[in-house]
Write a protein that binds this ligand. Structure first.
Ligand code: NAD
Ligand code: TDX
Length: 341
């Protein structure tokens, strides 16, 4: 099988590419990536010399680039997206463009081919905030940030190609991922690297919003199961059932990294901040026999160890474009912040 992995130079896409090539000697992987601020060629250095791997630098909204990269591919796994909620609140234009229009361009090219599967990577954020219980695949979508709304648009468009043209689309909705190679704008890598540098850990609001944490390898294994055995038209939740408030995540990071609680700062909340996400993953477990294997503490220990061993990777990022992003996002709010409650 030759797979096109779009967004393969990002966090989950690069972990998936490495795992797919390692576990499937007969597979070939083509990556198409625009290399935005979040995409990095060095994330793929481990597979760079593998003859089964090839890389195209291009945009999923560019139909010529997409046709070229998709040539000879049996399946597409679309990770390519703008992915950070805070950035989408500041400016949603690139989110609508990549996360919806980009999906349309991919689907149009895919339709021509008689190919096996179009796997659209979506998110638990499409369900919106769930105060009680767990979201099931048939639940109503209620996206509440521009990021979540764009992702919902992308997956609904993909599913419409299944209903209308019989394109073999499958959608997966994963919970919050963490692990090696995550760009340090997201909670876990930001707090791990700030803790290592003795910088403040800026918790939004009361720090009691909670997420369902999934180690990236568990997510990638689930996606391989879906690629192998899912029927077209299916939607699967992917989560580990490991729910923790942001305060709990912060405490564990501080403990594992050996940093002081005095670094914790409570800052002004994210607008429209979803209180809780939690997924029912029984469909994936029952139909495809997948379960999450990595407990949260173990995954976080592996993550902290990776950031400790790969300081150069994140120091390069944090000294570039990121510096201005961080200043504009956090400087004012940190001025009015309070310490441990
Ligand atoms: P990321 O931001 O680390 O990587 C995104 C990648 O997409 C980057 O390599 C970037 O260069 C590329 N990209 C962006 N726009 C592009 C375009 N127009 N054309 C081609 N490439 C483009 O993201 P991630 O955390 O690895 O997320 C991957 C996918 O998984 C996304 O679709 C995201 O919505 C979804 N997801 C992420 C999480 C999470 O917790 N990180 C959870 C659920 C779902
Ligand atoms: O500085 C911070 N302080 C803070 O308290 C940051 C960056 C985050 N938070 C909070 C907000 C959330 O409650 O931590 C939680 C996690 O935040 P993010 O890492 O920004 O993730 P989230 O908004 O939950 O979205 C993530 O999971 C679903 C990914 O970014 C999405 O791409 C994915 O679809």
């Amino acid at each position: 099988m030759r797979i096109l992995v779009t967004g393969g130079a990002g966090f989950i896409g690069s972990n998936f590419t490495r795992m797919a090539l390692k576990l499937n000697p007969g597979w070939k992987v083509t990556v198409l990536d625009k290399l935005t601020y979040a995409g990095r060629r060095e994330n793929l250095v481990e597979v760079e010399k593998d003859p089964r791997f090839r890389f195209f630098h291009g945009d999923i909204c560019d139909s010529d680039a997409v046709s070229l990269a998709m040539k000879d591919c049996d399946a597409v796994v679309n990770f390519a997206a703008e992915t950070h909620v805070d950035r989408s609140i500041h400016d949603s234009s690139s989110f609508v463009r990549t996360d919806i229009e980009g999906v349309r361009v991919l689907l149009e090219a895919f339709r021509e081919g008689g190919r096996r599967m179009f796997l659209q990577i979506s998110t638990d954020e499409v369900y919106g905030s769930v105060e009680h219980g767990r979201s099931g695949e048939a639940d109503r979508l209620d996206p509440r940030s521009p990021y979540a709304a764009s992702k919902a648009g992308g997956e609904l468009l993909a599913m419409s190609y299944f209903s209308t043209y019989g394109v073999p689309v499958v959608v997966t909705r994963a919970s919050n991922n963490y692990g090696p190679f995550q760009y340090p704008e997201k909670l876990v890598p930001l707090f791990v690297t700030n803790a290592m540098d003795g910088e403040p850990l800026p918790l939004y609001g009361d720090g009691l919003n909670s997420r369902d944490w999934l180690f990236v390898d568990d997510h990638c294994r689930a996606l391989l199961r879906v690629l192998e055995d899912s029927a077209p038209g299916k939607v699967y939740n992917i989560g580990a059932g490991q729910e923790h408030s942001n305060r709990e995540v912060t405490d564990l990071i501080l403990e594992i990294a050996g940093a002081s609680r005095e670094l914790v700062r409570y800052i002004e909340d994210r607008p429209g901040h979803d209180r809780r996400y939690a997924l029912d993953v029984s469909l994936l477990e029952e139909e495809l026999g997948w379960t999450a294997e990595i407990p949260f503490r173990q995954g976080l220990e592996r993550t902290v160890a990776w950031y400790r061993d790969n300081r150069g990777w994140w120091e390069t990022i944090k000294s570039g474009e990121f510096r201005e992003y961080y200043r504009s996002m956090y400087a004012g709010r940190l001025e009015g912040s309070v310490g441990e409650r």
